[in-house]
Ligand binder design. Structure first.
Ligand SMILES: Nc1ncnc2c1ncn2[C@@H]1O[C@H](COP(=O)(O)OP(=O)(O)OP(=O)(O)O)[C@@H](O)[C@H]1O
Ligand SMILES: [Mg+2]
Ligand SMILES: [Mg+2]
Length: 503
């Protein structure tokens, strides 16, 4: 069957559904999809890879201010490897169960581009720092790692169409990257997405990279091929520079459809490098294998091989934190459901959240709300102005029943809006948010007052409730919550209203 354009468009509707089963993937029946990823992660070191120049990825940093003579390729300057970068790459290699090479080496990869002042990039083509390893995904799937190599990043060039000039910013030039190359072990766009997210969480948990795709600290190239079940792997195409998990998944699906269409027409897939046009949802050729540049790889004469002592590797190994898999297992052992564990894990791989095994319903709801509010304000968990102490106090107030869930959320939003250092228990007192003790006499009379006010404000609902319409009682309770600004206990309010209706 040939895939017509219309058919293809219909298939796009199911782009994100996971439909792999024993009969293969319903999006491309009779075909197997193979994906391998090359991920470039910025090494989270303040200094550049071969110069001591400090730099930040902050986009407000003025262009060309974090550039040493070496980064700008001034003649006579020499590279000097920054040991912190090596520490961080080793942490990544250990977390990925890779075999660390006691001897690795640096090579020059030549190409000419304005944002690469030396005319070559230093990378590890012949002898990478780590080989092998694997990353376990959920559901028993595992993706093998081929190798991890250290390399330099380039500067940035921006084309100014109005002035018809290319602007070069060398702030990023010479900063350290790790290229993490997977084996072709993924079998769907969704699995590639899971791999990327799992890798992102792992890099963050060992502190080796921010792994932020929007800010460019994690970039990926995907290799895609298709084959008939039981046949050898097909010819791969590489799609360059994908900068979000979602677009990567769409790009893979589009490329799969393109390759199947070619093969079903009896044509061959040419090995090539492609780009992805997000707006048109299609990949396009950048260069074929024949046009592939000759990088003229050669060992860098200015850098001796990198020799690592076993004692140094052991020292790094002894400082490794708990990895996300272990954190998740521990949270579940401590009594969390897997869904609640996932909520905590979504916060910087669960590391930023101190968990003492006492997480109740209220706490999960508040954590959920906090994450939602941070997203709405475009803040990451790190930028969250609420301290661990404040959040703990807030959760205690809700768990002890001193604050209703609604008031807890109100207070949380107030704290985010005002970035206050004040503790929630004090704020709750100042703002008269403390819940009424459900059984105290003075509490009941205040609650009765609110119930009466609610019934007076909604006379027709009150009349309907008196005639037996139970549904409108909830509306009256809602009004009590509004009048009390969330301080009333909803169940208690319902009881009071029902007894007042009977009176
Ligand atoms: N048949 C295939 N289908 C899909 N992916 C494949 C296939 N064969 C290899 N791959 C993947 O292609 C990637 C090759 O990356 P690698 O860095 O080794 O070489 P490259 O792409 O030729 O070089 P460069 O780093 O210059 O882009 C790996 O992630 C690998 O898993
Ligand atoms: Mg590569
Ligand atoms: Mg490649």
């Amino acid at each position: 069957m040939r895939l017509s354009c219309l058919h293809r468009r219909l298939q796009f509707g199911r782009l994100f559904s996971t439909v792999t089963g024993s009969h293969g993937d319903r999006r491309w029946p009779g075909w197997e999809v193979v994906v391998g990823l090359e991920v470039h992660a910025q090494i989270k070191s303040r200094s550049k890879l071969f110069s001591s120049k400090l730099w930040t990825s902050d986009p407000s940093e003025p262009p060309n201010t974090s550039v040493s003579a070496y980064d700008a390729a001034f003649p006579g300057t020499l590279p000097r490897l920054n040991p912190k970068s090596v520490d961080l790459v080793l942490r990544t290699a250990i977390a990925l169960h890779s075999e660390i090479q006691r001897r690795s080496a640096f090579d020059r990869k030549h190409y000419f581009y304005a944002d690469l002042p030396a005319g070559y990039q230093i990378t590890q083509h012949y002898a990478p720092i780590a080989t092998g390893g694997h990353l376990d995904l959920a559901a028993g799937r595992s993706v093998r790692i081929k190798q991890i190599q250290i390399e330099q990043d380039t500067g940035k060039s921006t084309y100014d169409a109005r002035r018809r000039v290319s602007l070069i910013d060398l702030n990023r030039a010479g900063t350290g990257l790790m290229e993490i190359v997977s084996e072709p072990d993924m079998r769907s766009p969704e699995e590639a997405g899971t791999y990327l997210r799992t890798l992102q969480a792992l890099l963050r948990s060992v502190g080796s990279s921010d792994g932020n795709m929007e800010q460019g600290s994690l970039r990926c190239d995907v290799n895609v091929s298709v084959n008939k079940p039981g046949e050898p792997l097909g010819t791969r195409c590489e799609i360059k520079n994908l900068n979000s998990v979602k677009f990567m998944q769409v790009a893979i699906a589009c490329e799969v459809f393109r390759q199947i269409e070619l093969l079903e027409k009896g044509e061959a897939v040419q090995q090539e490098t492609r780009g992805f046009d997000e707006a048109a949802a299609r990949t396009f050729s950048l260069r074929s294998k024949e046009d592939a540049p000759d990088y003229r790889y050669m060992p860098d004469p200015n850098l001796p091989p990198l020799l690592l002592e076993q004692a140094y590797i052991d020292r790094i190994r002894s400082t490794m934190p708990e990895l996300p898999d272990a954190t998740r297992a521990r949270l579940i052992c401590q009594g969390l459901t897997s869904r609640d564990a996932d909520v905590l894990m979504s916060v910087d791989a669960g590391r930023e959240v101190g968990f003492d095994g006492q997480l109740g319903e209220g706490a999960v709801a508040l954590t959920h709300d906090l994450l939602g509010q941070l997203t709405a304000r475009n803040l990451t968990f790190k930028e969250n102005p609420i301290s661990t102490g404040q959040l703990g106090d807030l959760i205690d107030l809700v768990q002890k029943g001193l604050l209703t869930g609604t008031s807890g959320k109100t207070l949380l939003r107030y704290m985010l809006d005002h970035r206050t250092q004040e503790m929630p228990s004090q704020l709750a007192r100042d703002m008269s948010l403390l819940a009424l003790p459900a059984d105290a006499d003075n509490g009941t009379s205040e609650l009765e007052g609110w119930c009466r006010e609610a019934m007076d404000a909604l006379p027709s609902e009150t009349a309907a409730a008196r005639q037996g319409n139970r549904n409108v009682v909830n509306k009256l309770v809602g009004r009590v919550m509004k009048i009390s600004r969330g301080r009333a206990n909803a169940l208690k309010a319902k009881e009071v209203i029902e007894s007042m209706l009977r009176a």
